[in-house]
Design a protein around this ligand. Structure first.
Ligand code: FES
Length: 165
Protein backbone atom coordinates (compact mmCIF):
# COMPACT_ATOMS: atom_id res chain seq x y z
CA UNK A 1 0.00 0.00 0.00
CA UNK A 2 2.83 2.36 0.92
CA UNK A 3 4.50 2.01 -2.48
CA UNK A 4 1.22 2.65 -4.34
CA UNK A 5 0.95 5.91 -2.38
CA UNK A 6 4.52 6.71 -3.31
CA UNK A 7 3.76 6.12 -7.01
CA UNK A 8 0.70 8.39 -7.06
CA UNK A 9 1.71 10.96 -4.46
CA UNK A 10 -0.07 12.10 -1.29
CA UNK A 11 -2.58 14.34 -3.04
CA UNK A 12 -4.01 11.66 -5.34
CA UNK A 13 -3.81 9.02 -2.59
CA UNK A 14 -5.99 11.32 -0.46
CA UNK A 15 -8.55 11.70 -3.28
CA UNK A 16 -8.69 7.92 -3.67
CA UNK A 17 -9.03 7.42 0.10
CA UNK A 18 -12.03 9.78 0.06
CA UNK A 19 -13.67 7.88 -2.83
CA UNK A 20 -12.96 4.53 -1.21
CA UNK A 21 -14.97 5.57 1.82
CA UNK A 22 -18.02 6.05 -0.43
CA UNK A 23 -20.50 3.23 -1.20
CA UNK A 24 -19.29 2.45 -4.77
CA UNK A 25 -15.63 3.44 -5.11
CA UNK A 26 -15.36 1.87 -8.58
CA UNK A 27 -17.85 4.45 -9.90
CA UNK A 28 -15.16 7.08 -9.27
CA UNK A 29 -12.56 5.27 -11.35
CA UNK A 30 -12.75 7.66 -14.31
CA UNK A 31 -12.41 10.69 -12.02
CA UNK A 32 -9.36 9.11 -10.39
CA UNK A 33 -7.76 8.30 -13.73
CA UNK A 34 -8.31 11.89 -14.87
CA UNK A 35 -6.58 13.13 -11.72
CA UNK A 36 -3.62 10.79 -12.30
CA UNK A 37 -3.32 11.78 -15.95
CA UNK A 38 -3.44 15.48 -15.21
CA UNK A 39 -0.69 15.02 -12.59
CA UNK A 40 1.63 12.77 -14.66
CA UNK A 41 0.61 13.52 -18.25
CA UNK A 42 -0.26 9.90 -18.98
CA UNK A 43 -1.20 6.61 -17.33
CA UNK A 44 1.60 4.07 -17.03
CA UNK A 45 1.06 0.45 -15.99
CA UNK A 46 2.57 1.35 -12.63
CA UNK A 47 0.05 4.17 -12.18
CA UNK A 48 -2.83 1.86 -13.10
CA UNK A 49 -1.67 -0.84 -10.68
CA UNK A 50 -1.35 1.72 -7.91
CA UNK A 51 -4.89 3.01 -8.60
CA UNK A 52 -6.23 -0.57 -8.48
CA UNK A 53 -4.47 -1.19 -5.20
CA UNK A 54 -5.58 2.00 -3.46
CA UNK A 55 -9.13 2.05 -4.82
CA UNK A 56 -9.41 -1.71 -4.25
CA UNK A 57 -10.74 -2.35 -7.73
CA UNK A 58 -9.42 -5.27 -9.86
CA UNK A 59 -6.36 -4.28 -11.93
CA UNK A 60 -8.01 -5.69 -15.09
CA UNK A 61 -10.96 -3.35 -14.64
CA UNK A 62 -8.71 -0.31 -14.18
CA UNK A 63 -6.67 -1.25 -17.28
CA UNK A 64 -9.88 -1.90 -19.24
CA UNK A 65 -11.35 1.52 -18.45
CA UNK A 66 -8.05 3.31 -19.18
CA UNK A 67 -7.78 1.52 -22.53
CA UNK A 68 -11.40 2.06 -23.53
CA UNK A 69 -11.62 5.85 -23.44
CA UNK A 70 -9.67 7.73 -26.08
CA UNK A 71 -9.01 10.67 -23.74
CA UNK A 72 -6.76 8.54 -21.56
CA UNK A 73 -3.16 8.43 -22.74
CA UNK A 74 -1.23 5.26 -22.01
CA UNK A 75 2.07 6.56 -23.32
CA UNK A 76 4.13 9.55 -22.23
CA UNK A 77 3.73 12.72 -24.27
CA UNK A 78 6.49 14.95 -25.53
CA UNK A 79 7.39 18.34 -24.10
CA UNK A 80 5.77 19.86 -27.19
CA UNK A 81 2.60 18.69 -28.89
CA UNK A 82 2.63 19.27 -32.64
CA UNK A 83 -0.83 19.52 -34.16
CA UNK A 84 -0.76 19.50 -37.94
CA UNK A 85 -4.16 20.66 -39.16
CA UNK A 86 -5.70 18.27 -41.64
CA UNK A 87 -8.94 20.20 -42.05
CA UNK A 88 -10.20 20.94 -45.55
CA UNK A 89 -8.63 24.39 -46.00
CA UNK A 90 -5.25 23.18 -44.77
CA UNK A 91 -5.46 19.95 -46.74
CA UNK A 92 -6.13 21.86 -49.97
CA UNK A 93 -3.10 24.08 -49.27
CA UNK A 94 -0.73 21.14 -48.80
CA UNK A 95 -1.01 20.11 -45.14
CA UNK A 96 -0.38 16.50 -46.06
CA UNK A 97 3.08 17.36 -47.43
CA UNK A 98 3.84 19.39 -44.30
CA UNK A 99 2.73 16.48 -42.11
CA UNK A 100 4.86 14.07 -44.12
CA UNK A 101 7.90 16.29 -43.61
CA UNK A 102 7.30 16.33 -39.83
CA UNK A 103 6.95 12.54 -39.89
CA UNK A 104 10.17 12.15 -41.89
CA UNK A 105 12.12 14.58 -39.72
CA UNK A 106 11.08 13.05 -36.40
CA UNK A 107 10.84 9.42 -37.47
CA UNK A 108 7.46 9.04 -35.78
CA UNK A 109 3.89 8.82 -36.93
CA UNK A 110 0.55 10.11 -35.64
CA UNK A 111 0.10 9.79 -31.90
CA UNK A 112 3.74 8.92 -31.32
CA UNK A 113 6.42 10.69 -29.31
CA UNK A 114 9.95 11.24 -30.56
CA UNK A 115 12.65 9.08 -28.93
CA UNK A 116 14.15 12.10 -27.19
CA UNK A 117 10.75 12.82 -25.59
CA UNK A 118 10.56 16.31 -27.08
CA UNK A 119 7.72 16.04 -29.63
CA UNK A 120 4.37 14.26 -29.86
CA UNK A 121 2.62 14.41 -33.24
CA UNK A 122 -1.13 14.77 -33.38
CA UNK A 123 -3.58 15.65 -36.11
CA UNK A 124 -6.34 18.23 -35.89
CA UNK A 125 -9.46 18.73 -38.01
CA UNK A 126 -9.57 22.53 -37.94
CA UNK A 127 -7.70 24.90 -35.68
CA UNK A 128 -9.98 27.81 -36.52
CA UNK A 129 -7.36 29.78 -38.43
CA UNK A 130 -8.14 28.58 -41.96
CA UNK A 131 -7.02 31.90 -43.47
CA UNK A 132 -3.45 30.93 -42.50
CA UNK A 133 -3.59 27.46 -44.07
CA UNK A 134 -1.70 25.23 -43.89
CA UNK A 135 -1.47 25.56 -40.14
CA UNK A 136 0.71 23.81 -37.59
CA UNK A 137 0.13 24.42 -33.90
CA UNK A 138 2.95 23.61 -31.50
CA UNK A 139 1.68 23.71 -27.94
CA UNK A 140 -0.50 26.82 -28.15
CA UNK A 141 1.50 28.67 -30.81
CA UNK A 142 0.01 28.86 -34.29
CA UNK A 143 2.28 28.75 -37.33
CA UNK A 144 0.59 29.69 -40.57
CA UNK A 145 1.37 29.15 -44.25
CA UNK A 146 3.88 26.48 -43.31
CA UNK A 147 5.77 24.82 -46.16
CA UNK A 148 7.55 21.47 -45.92
CA UNK A 149 10.87 23.31 -46.32
CA UNK A 150 10.20 25.35 -43.19
CA UNK A 151 9.59 22.28 -41.02
CA UNK A 152 13.22 21.50 -40.03
CA UNK A 153 13.87 25.06 -38.79
CA UNK A 154 10.55 25.08 -36.95
CA UNK A 155 11.40 21.84 -35.17
CA UNK A 156 14.89 23.08 -34.40
CA UNK A 157 13.46 26.19 -32.74
CA UNK A 158 11.40 24.05 -30.35
CA UNK A 159 14.23 21.61 -29.82
CA UNK A 160 16.32 24.53 -28.53
CA UNK A 161 13.42 25.67 -26.33
CA UNK A 162 13.11 22.15 -24.92
CA UNK A 163 16.58 22.41 -23.42
CA UNK A 164 15.43 25.24 -21.18
CA UNK A 165 12.16 23.60 -20.12
S1 FES B 1 -8.77 23.75 -41.80
FE1 FES B 1 -6.87 24.12 -40.89
S2 FES B 1 -7.24 25.79 -39.61
FE2 FES B 1 -9.17 25.38 -40.45
Amino acid sequence: MASAKLVLGEEIAAIIAKFRAEPHPESQLIAVLHAVQSRFGYLSETHLDAVAQLLQVPAAKVAGVAGFYHFFRLKPRGKFIINVCLGTACYVKGAERVAQKVIDELGITWGETSKDGVFTLEGARCLGTCGLAPVVMIDDEIHGEVTPDQVPALLEKYLKKSRTR
